[in-house]
Design a protein around this ligand. Structure first.
Ligand code: NAG
Length: 598
């Protein structure tokens, strides 16, 4: 009897123990498993995270979930993250976080966020493992904590109330008072244990939470540079989404330096003082590591600008028809022929037109000019010398005249600087804004290091361009759009003084907005920015900016009006000749008078 009693007692105890220790957690596990089966839809990894004192539940849960096909990974605070490194970087698709209360969320969140596969766009199920008396209150405090720590929007909190399980979530931007902070939670669905466990309604646990109407909620944007086209359109688009916009400009008010302005704007975004930074901020790696860049809505490039080649003066152009040795040969042979003809004429019975040095030189000069001599040479000796000279002068002057006329029309251009090497060698001053130097700092090319060594700063693009216009001895590198914008505000004559250097010493930039890492506004903005690009607003802005700026200055098939001004040089030569002959004439008169004086 005693033995039977003992057995019965032992059996009761066993049954009781089973019931106490496993029944609620079995229910919880089958509820969570149901969520995993029905609401975690993709094949991505499922991460189960638990605090230190949840071993039993964790084991049971993983045992059940692992039956479904997807990979399951267990993470606990303090476990090593080393296995993450060097392995695959596939983003986690789902998280199940087991937590006693709001207090132990922080520790687990830190561990999860530090992992390389962290994905705040995943679906999160936060399971409060102990039954609570006021489920809504508990869900709210857990949700608040989790939102602050993880900034994930697709979060559902599961709390146990009596024998049921309640699913709570929150929706941002419900009104102009309820914006991006968790102020309230909503009961989405329930899971009851009756009939073996099922959801009470078919409500989705992870609905889309980003609204199309932001209900007048505030959004703060910082902009380092406010004079860009997106500054005009973005606020309009945001107004269309019913945001209340506050824009803080960093450039003109506080900073003169664009680089500093961009850096402070980025800091504001990183520290959460603003939601978005926009306005002429390029996509670069250092920034993209810290903040999320948006869709690139504008492309431009950094381009070098140099003074345009100046046209030669006409006199200079004409002197360049022949090279110096040819000119020298022409002059010496002229004198040589004069001497030869003179001495030959004296020896033979030549008329006096060739016997004195002055008349001989005069006649030789007449041949050069293509006009008639005073008298034909009579002797064959002289003819043998003069005849080749006539042919020589005919050939030379034909060539000369051909070039002469074309140089009168277009004297040609001096050489323009066409590469960075030439620029460095030319010794002219060049400068750019400080942040552009960053692009050259990491460059392996020697010429870029030379550029860095020799450059000066000019703080603003329009000042650099003005320097080129003013001095003609300056070069700069800047964004094409900024330069074109400034050029279109200049006079035509000034605009023609600034030329792009070449196409290959330039580097492209893409203009983006930056958001705090994993901001859920990114998608909304990307949609706006894509529509800006697709509707061609960026191209229109370009067109408006470029009014008046023509890139190729020399259009072909243009007729040329040959005016007196182009012949100026010929008239000057004539004038000088007349003056000279007058002087000679006067001298001769005076000399004659003196000779005739008794
Ligand atoms: C914008 O939000 C305000 C505040 O919530 C609301 O009263 C208004 O109707 C909204 N406007 C539009 C066009 O939806």
């Amino acid at each position: 009897m005693k033995a039977v009693l003992l057995l019965a007692w032992l059996g009761l105890l066993h049954a009781l123990r089973r019931d106490i220790s496993t029944a609620p957690s079995t229910r919880l596990v089958s509820c969570v498993t149901a969520v995993v089966r029905q609401h975690f839809v993709s094949d991505r990894t499922l991460v189960v995270s638990a605090s230190r004192n949840e071993d039993d539940l964790l084991g049971l849960l993983v045992h059940h979930i692992a039956r479904s096909v997807r990979p399951v990974e267990v993470k606990r605070p303090g476990s090593s993250l080393a296995e993450d490194l060097g392995r695959y970087y596939e983003k986690t698709g789902h998280y199940v976080i087991l937590s006693n209360n709001a207090g132990d969320i922080g520790e687990q969140a830190d561990h999860l966020v530090a992992s390389a596969s962290w994905n705040n766009e995943a679906r999160f199920l936060i399971v409060v493992t102990l039954p609570v008396d006021s489920p809504r209150q508990e869900a709210l405090s857990v949700m608040r904590e989790a939102w602050d720590e993880m900034r994930a929007l697709n979060m559902v909190v599961l709390v146990q109330f009596e024998t049921d399980f309640h699913f709570y979530t929150w929706f941002p931007y419900q009104s102009d008072k309820l914006c991006a902070d968790v102020e309230d939670v909503e009961l989405l669905n329930q899971w009851t244990w009756e009939k073996g466990g099922e959801f009470l309604s078919s409500e989705l646990l992870f609905p889309n939470k980003i609204p199309k109407n932001f209900k007048g909620c505030p959004i703060k944007a910082v902009t380092p540079y406010y004079k860009t086209f997106e500054a005009r359109y973005l606020p309009e688009f945001l107004k269309g989404l019913n945001f209340t916009i506050e824009i803080e400009s960093k450039y003109w008010e506080i900073y003169v330096d664009l680089e500093v302005a961009i850096r402070t704007a980025m800091e504001d975004v990183l520290l959460g003082r603003a939601e978005v930074a926009f306005g002429a901020i390029p996509l670069f790696k250092d920034a993209a590591d810290l903040a999320d860049p948006s869709f690139a809505y504008y492309e431009s490039k950094y381009q070098w600008y140099v003074p345009c080649a100046k046209p030669f003066s006409r006199l200079e152009a004409i002197s360049r028809i022949f090279s110096l040795p040819v000119w020298a040969a022409l002059v010496t042979s002229m004198f040589l022929i004069a001497v030869v003809t003179c001495s030959l004429a004296r020896r033979s019975a030549e008329s006096h037109a060739y016997t004195t040095p002055s008349t001989a030189l005069y006649n030789v000069w007449a041949v050069v000019m293509g006009v008639s001599v005073t008298e034909m040479p009579r002797t064959s000796h002289l003819r043998v010398v003069i005849f080749p000279w006539i042919w020589y002068c005919f050939a030379v002057s034909t060539v000369f005249q051909a070039f002469f006329t074309s140089y009168l029309v277009d004297p040609g251009l001096q050489k323009q600087i066409t590469s960075l090497e030439e620029l460095v060698e030319s010794g002219i001053e060049f400068g750019f804004r400080p942040e552009i130097g960053l692009y050259y700092e990491r460059s392996p090319y020697k010429v870029h290091q030379d550029v860095l060594k020799l450059h000066t700063f000019c703080r603003q693009t329009h000042l650099c361009i003005d320097e080129i216009v003013k001095t003609g001895l300056f070069a700069t590198v800047a964004e094409t759009w900024a330069v074109e914008k400034h050029l279109s505000s200049l006079r035509d004559s000034d605009r023609e003084l600034v030329c792009p250097m070449n196409d290959f010493d330039s580097f492209p930039i893409r203009i983006v907005c930056y958001f705090a890492k994993s901001s859920f506004l990114l998608d909304t903005f990307n949609r706006i920015l894509a529509s800006v690009v697709e509707s061609g607003l960026n191209i229109k802005a370009d067109r408006v900016r470029k009014v008046g700026v023509t890139l190729d200055k020399f259009t072909e098939d243009e007729y040329f009006v040959f005016g007196t001004s182009h012949l100026m040089i010929a008239f000057y030569a004539l004038l000088v000749g007349q003056l000279l002959s007058c002087v000679v004439f006067l001298c001769e008169l005076i000399r004659h008078k003196n000779l005739n004086r008794p």
